[in-house]
Design a protein around this ligand. Sequence first.
Ligand SMILES: [Cu+2]
Length: 473
Amino acid sequence: MQTRRNIYKILESGGSEIAAYRKGVEVMKARSNANQNDPTGWIFQANMHGTSLRNPTFNQFWNQCQHGSFFFLSWHRMYIYFFERIVRAASGDSNFSLPYWNYSERNQSVLPEPFRIPADSSNTLYVSQRRNQINQGQPLPANSVEYRTALSYVNFFSDIGSLAPSFGGGVVPGPMQFANPNVRGQLENQPHNVIHTVIGGAGWMSDPLLAARDPIFWLHHSNIDRLWEQWLNQGQGRSNPVNNSTWINTKFVFFNENGQKQEMSGKDILDTASQLNYIYDDKPMTPPPPPPTVSFVAPRSTQPEFLGSTPEGKVIQLTTNAAEFSISPVAQRAAFTALPVENQRVMLVFEGIEYEKPPGVNYEVYLNLPDDNSAPKQENYVGTIGLFAMEPHNHSHAEEHSGHDEHMAHEHGNHDTGEKHPKPTVVLEATKVVEALQKQGKWSGQFRISLVTTYQDKPLSEVRFQKISVYTF
Ligand SMILES: [Cu+2]
């Protein structure tokens, strides 16, 4: 049995994982340099997640990553499982397990030192294509690492077309690299997407076509995989979608440490210990701290009740680091000022999100901030929209490339404005903020929604929302 350990514990108490990871990454990079089509090479493995490179023989194995659907967690579990085996063999350390980075612990929110220092090419775990603040050792912003809200959702998935939030994402009929019409799963949005963009800035981790080239990608996904285990361990009805035959039976293709093709499907990865021979060092775990909202089973098939939205047909275009929108509940729901009714939930829905290339920012969402120009207050914080893996990738426009070039500018999406792309939706729950404001007598029934980028930087590409709506369950 292999144990995936906390990277900070490894740094404190010693362990062979970091040296083995260095060695493994080095060997894998050398393989890519010798033969770019070696499936156990560093770049090939990253291409399996995403790439703008094209190769007639290998296209079928590349660009497989699953985002925006209920395959998000299962596909990434399979992906890092085979990667871990490849590193183990390449490193020559048969005990190697992929560490995880638990950035949500306050004293562990700095990018672990081996990934930052030395900050040059002698360090195979360092890449310069990250946000400067992160490589300089600044802690990740506190809001960005919030995971308890995601873990509070009991339902793994939501149905096609439903606006209901879920832990693991929306149902899709089959694999889709960017399942954009869907509502993002809560764990995928935050912390997963948010952390990608916080680390990446204008660099690799913000872009699904380059993200897996950063050695920290794999520790981030090891942590997301661990949070899936934590979610299950909380019980109270939480379970994997074992009755959904699409989720259980859809096969994905990977390569093992010998470069042999391997197929895997949902039914092969339900129990990490008995099926994949690994556990996390915090299992069995004590339940995580109480979530900010009580456990919630979103009604999967009933549609929530519409309360209001920004003007229909007026696309929101964001090029700034902050913006504000007002929404008045529709007339017949004026009684909404009496919220909260017991068990009523309030959801902010950001529909039809779109950009041409990764914007490298996230928008934090605040509700009804005071008009005094003070810094955004935590009691008004609803959640963060993680702007990752949402752009309308259109591979047919990319050129054929035979070589690999890490710094190659690549075509993002399709600039033919006439074409309609399916666009993703993010749902953030505002119930606790509405309740808190009401308790203080500050709730007017109006929704004033503020969007603020985490580092006060502007998006690298215009971010568009079809509209922002408010719904209640
Ligand atoms: Cu990811």
